[in-house]
Each structure stands twice: as structure tokens, then as C-alpha cells.
Design a protein around this ligand. Structure first.
Ligand SMILES: [Zn+2]
Length: 144
């Protein structure tokens, strides 16, 4: 079972073993409010286990906390490390690129972390980067 890190608006941080990353986030043990998952220190720092792969990244806009800049950047760094590792160890390679959003305007042309990070570089903000990406996906522009 993977160990996940969570944080709460009250400032509490805690870890919890979960059956899968799709499981609902646990309530904060301190204040009882809904918590948010943060990329696992173990997974991000490396150590004995390989860094997280694209198949473990959140793959919905909600999952990225609506494009939370710090969160997306942390995932992007983790996935970059994973990519480098996969160059050395091809057997670790995952088939698909990590998807940051795939609903609504992104249904036919999913927004990848790579694209989100590239767009966010100019604006410095993942939210406006994602909005810009959404606008560029007007039905007439969609890649088929
Ligand atoms: Zn709390």
C-alpha cells in the first residue's frame, strides 16, 4: 500500500497508508477538515524506490488541485526525475504521458504536465496557463 502525505488548511501535515491514490483524501486528524494530498516525500526524494511515474500522477484538473502551482511543479519535477531514470532503465517506462486535465475542453486534447509547465513558464502561473490552454482548444482548433 502506498504511503501518502496530506496537508490541511490548518497547517497540519500527516501521512496515511491508502489502498490507492484514487481513494478519497482522509479528514485532518487535528481539525477534521478535508485534507489535500501532497506528493510523497519518499516518492519525490527517491531513495530505495524509483520516483513516481506518470501512471501515479493525478490525472484530472481536480486532482491537480485546480492547477495549484506548487503542486503541479512538484509533480513535474518528480516526473522529470522519472523520465531521466527511464532513459537509463527503459523497463520503467510508462506508456502515456502524465495528464493534468482531460475533462471539458481538454477531452479531445488532454492537457499534459509537460504542456502545463511549458505554458506556465511564460505567465508564471499554472491557473492562467491552463486557462490559456483551454482557450486554445476551441472546438475548431482541436486536433483530431
Ligand atoms: Zn486541519
Amino acid at each position: 500500500m502506498p504511503l501518502f502525505d496530506y496537508r490541511c488548511r490548518c497547517g497540519a501535515r500527516f501521512e496515511k497508508l491508502m489502498r490507492s491514490w484514487r481513494e478519497a483524501n482522509p479528514d485532518c486528524p487535528r481539525c477534521g477538515e478535508h485534507s489535500e494530498r501532497v506528493p510523497s516525500r519518499v516518492a519525490l526524494v527517491g531513495g530505495a524506490r524509483p520516483p513516481v511515474g506518470a501512471d501515479q500522477a493525478p490525472n484530472s484538473w481536480e486532482g491537480t488541485r485546480r492547477g495549484d502551482r506548487e503542486y503541479v511543479a512538484a509533480w513535474r519535477r518528480a516526473l522529470d526525475r522519472r523520465s531521466k531514470l527511464e532513459e537509463k532503465y527503459p523497463e520503467l517506462a510508462t506508456k502515456r504521458e502524465a495528464i493534468a486535465a482531460h475533462e471539458g475542453v481538454f477531452e479531445k486534447a488532454p492537457l499534459t504536465y509537460r504542456e502545463l509547465a511549458q505554458r506556465a513558464t511564460s505567465s508564471g502561473d499554472a491557473n492562467s496557463a491552463a486557462a490559456e490552454a483551454g482557450r486554445s482548444r476551441k472546438p475548431t482548433d482541436q486536433v483530431t
